[in-house]
Design a protein around this ligand. Sequence first.
Ligand SMILES: [Zn+2]
Length: 303
Amino acid sequence: MLVAIAGLVIDLGSAYVQGSDNQNAADAAALAAGALLPASVGDEAQIQEIRDAVADYSARNGIPADCVEAVEMEDVAAGKYYGVRVRLRTEVTYGFGRIVGIEGTTVTKTAKVRVQPAADSTDVVPLGVEEGRLLEAIAAGDCQHVVIKFGGGGGEQGFFGALDLDGVQGGGAKDFVSWLTFGYDGVLSVGDELPVEPGNMSGPTTAAFTTRFSQCAHYAGEGGCNTAHFDPDCPRVVTLIVYAMTDTHNVRVKGFVPFILEGTDGNGEIVASKISVKTQEGESGGVIGGEGDYGVYRIRLVE
Ligand SMILES: [Zn+2]
């Protein structure tokens, strides 16, 4: 009897370890799924990609793919899923427990991930898009292969405006070119107020973006990073500020929008497409599918 009880303790211990392994694998699989969100409702190819990622990351973390009991798409907003719940189920067979007629147990663990709009960003470039114009472009499906043109005041209909990120007078074109080329060191947050950069920054922008475009060292033989496949840290990926004017010289940060540089249009103008970029680090805020949701996301393990 004592031997059976001691053995049962060992069995329960192994079930406990299995539970902990399942939880680790579920967390890793959910985070991998999160990197593929948001997913359009009805986009079966993307949803299958998410299921495959869950099976893959579960297996890589020691829980076979056939133990994935469920991958549930959740948190729908504006026609997209922003959340995924993963459930892993493992049967544990007891060694000693069977002596007293207890065959084993079932260990089930779940993890839930959600993507949320970023409330801050590092490495932004000193270019902004006015929020209303961005929303119009998104609604019209007009954010792919856009020419980076400036709205230089005076009624000119460009898409982008130059911003002074540190708000310090002076520095001007030198700071601007450095931020364009390497990204701004500091953290900018939704709600920050920034001055508009005076002067025509069209030339420096084209030059800096041409340099960035040529520096991609990924996907050799496939033309480097593009909308289909990119490294989020690639120089071709640029994070722009979404803003609202507060007066003629200042703007307020409303969010962040990532673009990938795609080369020139033949007239020396840079062409870029809107993408979405996700990281675990950084603050989140805003409303999924609403205000502040412009393509930079934070991946959060919420359960
Ligand atoms: Zn690249």
